[in-house]
Design a protein around this ligand. Structure first.
Ligand SMILES: [Zn+2]
Length: 74
């Protein structure tokens, strides 16, 4: 059975790419940001941000508050 990748209200902003006011940036540390306002720690790549977002949605589906990885970098 396919795992749903979409969850209403939980889109990954900028598809996990590193976004600044000046536009997309290649490389560099940046947090993943979800439509719901959740933010990951600073992560080194879009792939890492996408992984965080998958974990975030999985936690919400499991009944959690989606605050995965909290405290990892602080
Ligand atoms: Zn979310």
């Amino acid at each position: 059975m396919a795992v749903p990748t979409r969850l209403a209200g939980h889109g990954l902003r900028h598809e996990g790419r590193h976004w600044t006011a000046a536009g997309y940036v290649s490389g560099g540390m940046a947090p993943g940001v979800c439509e719901c306002g959740a933010k990951s720690p600073e992560l080194p790549s879009a792939a890492a941000r996408k992984q965080w977002h998958r974990d975030h949605k999985a936690d919400i589906r499991a009944g959690g508050d989606g605050r995965v990885w909290q405290g990892v970098t602080s």
